[in-house]
Design a binder for this molecule. Structure first.
Ligand SMILES: [Zn+2]
Length: 497
């Protein structure tokens, strides 16, 4: 059933693809290395350009049109062309890279081999061609919802970054083949619910692969921006990682022809909505989103305008540092670096600012599609970083469950950490309305929690967080009706003013 639906989608897609593909007057793009003073590069990094790498070294790599190149040169930057689109066009992607169809087959193979440890979910579909977006859930007791701590790993928001898919598949293999053998892995699978989405942008990736890399740096999905029924590479598509709803209007570009086009409105794309729906239903504590390239870990955030850091910055930057230093760089002479991401429209900003999930963006490798001999070492090194994240998800932190004191039903309640939370930047952290649970990583120390919900008495707790995840169960009593009326009465004079 699932297979036949996929097959139909693929046939439909291929048909549309062949019949619609026309190479109109094409703007050729260039991969360039931009040099300038430190201040100039910092300033440039805040612009809405299609950066190839988010690493800030003594240069920045970007994909630019000839017009953009001229503009940048006129501002005093030096530019070196590293590659032209036409240098790569016409070469099929190396068979060592899993295509979308091969990724699906791989997940099916693993589900067949390990039915007690993993299960495939189709969490949504692509915006234009309706290609299913696959996720694999890995846990013990596969058919129970166990209220476990969730960890989310995804790859390929951007079509040209297949290393994300490769690392996800390698990690799936790493986990499933070690269960019951490796003590650490066994414990992760027993304790957590691990969700892996290898390709969030299936139609963008298929476009790149089926076209023999004719558009080797294709980044977006394929939304038909001008609704002409044709795929226009110079006009169509949305940058999925600029489509999330936190400072949406401050990230990416409003111009559909730009490769950082943020979409017509926040969450306009089915791909980002698929991720959102999954996140809002589960108890994720931490997430990793794989991109390429630059060998850098990005974390939330540098706030637009002020440059302010996140309320949880002390914890977040510590995790980013620990993660980055575990991932060896390609040259083997050091590790990844880390720095805050611009706090707008990207997945990691929404994940932290709204549902309260600490997401880190890992830029893998030193090119988009490196030679296939590099896939394995890059994946093995990334797994070292992921192993740290898996262990860190076990604490220090709190796992709080809030219930109605009379009925024992889960409640959707605010959980505020008084020492940290600042609602200028984040929305209040709430327990999941399905489970009453909220998971939050913290640094070791003493905290004051305020737990509140509409119609219930507020509770204040002083807690001490040690090395492990602290489990807290809170029963909130309902406010009695006469007290509620008295509270309401206090507001009445103001309403008449
Ligand atoms: Zn990317």
């Amino acid at each position: 059933m699932k297979n036949s639906k996929l097959l139909i989608c693929i046939i439909l897609f291929t048909f549309l693809f062949i019949s619609l593909l026309k190479s109109a007057n094409r703007i050729e793009r260039y991969l360039v290395r931009i040099k300038g003073s430190k201040e100039m590069l910092e300033a440039l990094s805040k612009k809405n350009l299609d950066f190839a790498s988010m690493a800030l070294r003594d240069y920045i790599d970007a994909i630019l049109t000839p017009q953009q190149i001229n503009q940048i040169i006129s501002k005093g930057y030096q530019i070196k062309v590293l590659q032209r689109e036409s240098d790569l066009a016409g070469t099929p992607i190396a068979p060592q890279y899993h295509t979308y169809e091969e990724m699906v087959k791989y997940l099916e193979k693993m589900e067949n081999l390990y039915p007690h440890l993993c299960k495939i979910y189709i969490i949504g579909e692509s915006t234009r061609f309706g290609l299913p977006i696959y996720a694999l859930k890995i846990s013990d007791n596969m058919n129970l919802d166990e209220e476990e701590i969730g960890i989310l790993i995804d790859g390929m928001h951007h079509a040209r970054e297949p290393l994300g898919n490769e690392v996800c598949l390698s990690f799936i293999n790493y986990l499933l083949t070690r269960y019951g053998i490796d003590k650490e892995v066994t414990q992760w699978i027993n304790d957590y619910e691990i969700w892996i989405i290898p390709i969030l942008n299936p139609e963008g990736y298929k476009y790149l692969v089926d076209n023999n890399l004719n558009y080797p740096w294709w980044r977006k999905n394929l939304r038909d921006n001008n609704e002409n029924g044709i795929i226009d590479p110079d006009y169509d598509g949305v940058d999925l990682n600029r489509n999330y709803n936190l400072n949406w209007s401050k990230g990416g570009s409003s111009d559909p022809s730009e490769w950082t086009y943020r979409g017509p409105y926040p969450f306009s794309e089915k791909e980002t909505r698929a991720k959102r729906e999954l996140v809002l239903r589960r108890n994720f504590a931490i997430a990793i989103s794989f991109h390429s390239y630059g060998e850098v870990v990005l974390y939330p955030w540098s706030w637009p305008g002020s440059g302010d850091s996140a309320p949880d910055n002390s914890l977040i930057s510590e995790i980013a540092y620990e993660l980055s230093r575990r991932i060896k760089n390609e040259e083997g002479n050091g590790t990844y670096t880390y720095r805050p991401a611009y706090g707008a429209s990207q997945s990691l900003c929404w994940m932290y600012g709204v549902p309260g999930v600490l997401e880190f963006l890992v830029e893998l490798g030193t090119s988009f599609i490196p030679s296939p001999d590099k896939i394995k070492p890059i994946a093995n090194s990334a797994i070292k970083g992921l192993s740290y994240i898996m262990n860190r998800a076990g604490g220090p932190g709190i796992k709080i469950k809030v219930m109605d004191a009379d009925t024992g039903e889960p409640i959707c309640a605010n959980v505020q950490v008084m020492e940290i939370d600042n609602f200028n930047y984040i929305i209040p952290r709430i327990t999941n309305s399905y489970t009453g649970i909220h998971v939050r990583l913290l640094q070791k120390g003493k905290y004051t929690l305020v737990i509140s919900a509409l119609g219930y008495m507020t509770k204040k707790l002083k807690i001490n967080v040690g090395d492990k995840m602290k489990n807290i169960i809170v029963y909130l009593p309902k406010i009695e009706e006469w007290k509620m009326r008295r509270l309401m009465a206090q507001f009445i004079p103001f309403l008449h003013n």
